[in-house]
Structure formats: structure tokens, C-alpha cells
Ligand binder design. Sequence first.
Ligand SMILES: Cc1cc2nc3c(=O)[nH]c(=O)nc-3n(C[C@H](O)[C@H](O)[C@H](O)COP(=O)(O)OP(=O)(O)OC[C@H]3O[C@@H](n4cnc5c(N)ncnc54)[C@H](O)[C@@H]3O)c2cc1C
Length: 350
Amino acid sequence: MKYLHACFLRKRNMLIVRSFTTLLLLSCIAFKLACCFSSSISSLKALPLLGHLEFEDVHPASKDFGNRYQLLPLAVLHPKSVSDIASVIRHIWMMGPHSQLTVAARGRGHSLQGQAQTRHGIVIHMESLQPQKLQVHGTGGPTPFVDVSGGELWINILHETLKYGLAPKSWTDYLHLTVGGTLSNAGISGQAFRHGPQISNVHQLEVVTGKGEILNCSERQNSDLFHGVLGGLGQFGIITRARIALEPAPTMVKWMRVLYLDFAAFARDQERLISSDDDKFDYIEGFVIINRTGLLDSWRLSFTPEDPIEASKFKSDGRNLYCLEVAKYFKLDQDKKDVMNQVRSERIIV
Ligand SMILES: Cc1cc2nc3c(=O)[nH]c(=O)nc-3n(C[C@H](O)[C@H](O)[C@H](O)COP(=O)(O)OP(=O)(O)OC[C@H]3O[C@@H](n4cnc5c(N)ncnc54)[C@H](O)[C@@H]3O)c2cc1C
């Protein structure tokens, strides 16, 4: 009996000692982290920058389009120049790994899973670089291109290049995304079957590396960096400038959407169009319309009021629909343009 009692006391004492040690350890870690952060903050604040580091209003940078992850950063850098980005990254590199500071470039924050966020790190607000001028080159030649900032929106590139009758070869459907954001993924739309994704239509990049160096890279120059950064989700460097391939923009587009109830027929037609050698279409994209999401209703609304018969055909009885979206580009003079204007876009149900 005495022995059991002694055992119980020993166990209890050990538990108390363990709890105390854990508490002490946690307090030490918290204290160390607090010291670490305050020294990081003061050294970052001392950096001479054209732009600025924001330490207070950092909440918008802790969210993204997916709204699933919320990682509060230590600070947000609003760079006014590429050297601002280089200085901050070089500074963090010099602090060494014990600083535990990480960096995330942020375009429009249209990621879904926190890719443009970093807990207790530095988020770089790439759109602050936007005032850099877009420069269109080779307008009369066979290989025109545009030099743009990594924080530039694709919609602005379209507006600017159209002034020269040109447009990028490969797109995303939605254009309020940044160059750096889509080039860090792939950038896919209906032109990818012909030209490849956006990352296949870049001649050259300017990148700030993890050590804070500013390097140019291309197929021929620093090619490992070039291929690492394109589609690299911001893990191999920050894209500060990109040289994007252009082509003559169409003056008119004939746009069609074909709805399918049968997936096999939809997939067969899409594959046939994509692998066909003739240039029937310049844009081919397929997608699923999930009936639950109300997309079908917005589809009905996209019909002109003169199309009541076609609109009434959109019945899927709760099933998913499949849509093939195709477009043919034309370069027309003004007279023909007027004729084409009278041709409405077509929608067909299969
Ligand atoms: C409504 C909507 C429509 C979309 N449509 C399409 C579509 O048609 N085709 C398609 O391909 N995608 C599409 N996407 C996905 C979209 O391309 C990606 O989410 C893209 O990353 C968003 O760009 P962003 O500027 O918001 O980048 P962010 O979400 O801010 O960043 C994305 C990633 O890129 C990194 N990054 C950002 N800027 C830089 C930089 N300058 N240098 C290095 N890394 C950087 C970030 O750290 C992060 O890892 C769509 C997304 C939404 C929300």
C-alpha cells in the first residue's frame, strides 16, 4: 500500500515538473519570437525605400479570392521601384534563416489557397509597381512584343496594345489578373490550343531572386531561372518585368457557344476541333456548367430578347451541361465590319 502511494506521488510530481518545463519552454519561444519580430521590424523600418513598408494596415493581404486561408503578414511592401523589392529581399536573406521571415508576391490575390499570403512574413503588393510604362516594340515587324511590369493587369495590356492594332497571343478568360500572378501559374484560355499557355509566350523576364539580385532571364540567358519562375508559384523569384509576344489583333470576332447534354459527344467534338489542321477557329474552350450554381439562369439572361425560342431550350432537368465555346477571328475593312455587325453571335444546343 505504502509503495503504491509513493508511486502515485512520484508520478504526480513528474507531471508537475513536466507541465512547468513545457510552460517555461513555450514562454521562452514566445519571448524569442517577440524579440525576433521587434528586431525584424526595426531593421526593416530602417531600410531606405522609394515606396514603403506597411506594418499596420496588413489585413487585406491576409485574404484571397478563395477565402479559405487567412495568414496575417508582418508587413506589406508597397514598392515604387524594382530596387525596393531587391533591397527588402536582400535584407531578409542577410538576416539568415533564424529570422523565419518569408516573402510572398501578391498580384490581385485571385488565388484560392493562400498562395499569395505569408504568416508573419512580408507580402509584396506588386500592383504598386504599375505606374511603370508599358512599352510596345516592333509594331511594323513580324515579332512585335510589349514590355510590362510584373504587377500590370492584363486588361491594361490589352487596351494599350490595341492602340497599335496588336494583342497578346495567349490569354486568360478573366483579364483583371496580374502578369506576375498568371505567369506564376500558367495562364490558360481558348488560345492555348494554338499558342500554348501564357508562359509559352514570354520572351524574357526581369526577376528579383531569393538573394535580392536583379537578373534578366530568357531561353538563352539564365535559362534555369527563366523556366523555374514561369509556372513556379512565386517560389523561384519575383517577376518584376516581362516581355510578352504580340500578334495582330482581329478587327472582328465571330463567337459561338454550343451546349451539350452528353459528355462523350462534347469531348469528341472538342478533341476533333483542337487537333484539326485547318484554321477553322482561333479560340476553343470547353467547360462544364453545373446546374446547381445558377449558371444556367445567367446563361438564359445572356440571350437577346429576340431569342425566346432558343432560350426556352435551356432545360437540363437538373443535369450538368457541357459547353464548347469557339471563336473565329477576322481582319476586315470598315465596310465588311458593318456587315458583320449585323450577324449575331450564335448559340446552338446539341
Ligand atoms: C475569377 C477568376 C477567373 C480566372 N480565370 C482564369 C483563366 O481564365 N485562366 C487561368 O489560367 N487562370 C484563371 N484564374 C486563375 C488565376 O490565373 C490565378 O489565380 C492567378 O494566380 C491570379 O493572378 P493574381 O494576379 O491574382 O495572382 P495572385 O493570386 O496574387 O498570386 C498567385 C501566385 O503567383 C505569385 N505571384 C504573384 N505575383 C508574382 C510576381 N510578380 N512574381 C512572382 N510570383 C508572383 C503569388 O505569390 C502566388 O503564388 C482565374 C481566377 C479567378 C479568381
